[in-house]
Design a protein around this ligand. Structure first.
Ligand code: NAD
Length: 369
């Protein structure tokens, strides 16, 4: 058994792009081999907040097929700082009002939209209209209609659209999906999945409905929802939910904590939870006919690890998930192949999250078929 584990680990390590070599939906064509090694895809980051600063820009430096060529920001001081730190020429610095003028800039192939949730459509559509491919952070938007608008704009422009679902490239999550899909412990029966944290600054946009669209469900509960979908390989058909609020001042505009249940067509059930009130929720357990497997932590940038009921660890080395996600999308562009995390995937999550909110609001089970 140990040998087997090492063999899989070796496979992941030695494949040209570890995470891109295995997908939740099955093996992908080896994009790395087909890509021209000299061509690097130019990325412009729209929104230079925490994620761009501390994760995405450093990750871009580790990619094989990408380079940071441009920025979109509303803050001239940030533009100056990024310009000197990443050697970005003045002609590749944009603000949110002149993004469309990127159309005549060949240095930029992809715009990575990393702004607050309710601005994703505006910025993604501007990028698509400028003829750029779009990588849009999760949650894709704050309504199904706005998700559809992004999909339509990219289709109309003939450009690819991917959603920033970094865990689709994370080896431990991929391994759990394999255990489920290959029925290593028999048919999947039930999934427990939750992700939450204690949020700080009460003035931040994440607590404002018009910019966030919702609270922890939209922000991090989406990862637990994603886990149920990529483990089961199915779409939920029924949703029920309850919400609780102990601090109505801080959480005036969005939920504080929410728990929801889902039923999938095969009969798999899921129990999920998310919160902005307390730390510690970062896990899933999948129960199958003859055993279980789990990740805890499951959704972090690094240090993801887990166990199986037969005593084997699940412990693939951490990778830079953002670098893997961007390299994969770059290869999709270079080889004209579809992404495994398309806009439709983002829209499905938003549709389900809207059903979760409806179920919590009405106290009724919501059907998704
Ligand atoms: P942040 O607040 O640190 O950054 C947001 C950026 O958007 C800032 O630079 C801000 O100046 C800019 N912005 C533009 N217009 C704005 C407006 N009208 N109001 C407020 N800010 C405005 O947020 P973040 O943590 O970087 O999150 C950005 C996006 O990335 C969100 O959609 C979030 O869900 C997503 N995110 C994804 C992950 C992940 O693991 N994939 C992690 C964190 C955040």
């Amino acid at each position: 058994m140990k040998m087997k584990f090492h063999t899989r680990r070796e496979f992941i390590k030695t494949t040209a792009l570890a995470a891109a070599s295995v997908s939740f939906a099955g093996p992908l064509a080896s994009r790395a081999r087909a890509a021209d090694p000299d061509r690097k895809i130019g990325f412009a980051l729209a929104g230079l907040g925490r994620l761009s600063t501390y994760q995405i820009a450093p990750a871009l430096q580790k990619t094989k097929y990408c380079r940071l060529t441009g920025i979109v920001t509303g803050h001239p001081a940030k533009a100056e700082q990024w310009k000197s730190q990443y050697h970005i020429p003045d002609k590749n610095i944009y603000n949110y009002d002149n993004m469309e003028t990127m159309a005549d800039n060949p240095d930029i192939d992809i715009v990575y939209v990393v702004t607050p949730n309710a601005l994703h459509a505006e910025h993604s559509i501007k990028a698509a209209k400028a003829g750029k491919h779009v990588l849009c952070e999760k949650p894709m938007e704050v309504s199904v209609e706005k998700c559809q608008q992004i999909i339509d704009a990219c289709k109309q422009a003939g450009r690819q659209l991917a959603i920033g679902y970094r865990l689709h490239f994370e080896p431990n999550n991929l391994e759990c999906a394999r255990l489920a899909h290959e029925k290593v412990f028999g048919d999947l029966k039930m999934i427990d999945a939750s992700f939450g944290f204690a949020i700080g600054d009460p003035t931040q946009w994440r607590l404002k409905r018009d910019l966030a669209g919702g609270g922890p469900l939209m922000d991090v509960g989406i990862y637990a929802l994603q886990a149920t979908r990529y483990l089961s390989g199915e779409e939920p058909i029924l949703v029920s939910a309850i919400e609780t609020k102990t601090d109505p001042v801080k959480f005036k505009e969005v939920e504080e904590s929410i728990a929801w249940q889902m039923k999938f067509p095969s009969g798999v059930m899921a129990h999920c939870g998310t919160t902005y009130k307390f730390p510690g929720l970062d896990r899933f357990t999948a129960y199958a006919q003859s055993g279980w497997f789990e990740l805890n932590p499951a959704y972090n940038y690094s240090g993801i690890r887990g166990h199986r009921s037969d005593g084997q660890p699940i412990q693939f080395p951490s990778i830079d998930q953002f670098a893997a996600e961007m390299d994969d999308f770059a290869q999709c562009i270079l080889n004209n192949q579809p992404t495994k995390v398309p806009g439709e995937e983002g829209l499905r999550d938003v549709k389900i999250m809207m059903a979760v909110y409806e179920a919590a609001r009405t106290g009724k089970t919501v059907s998704l078929v």
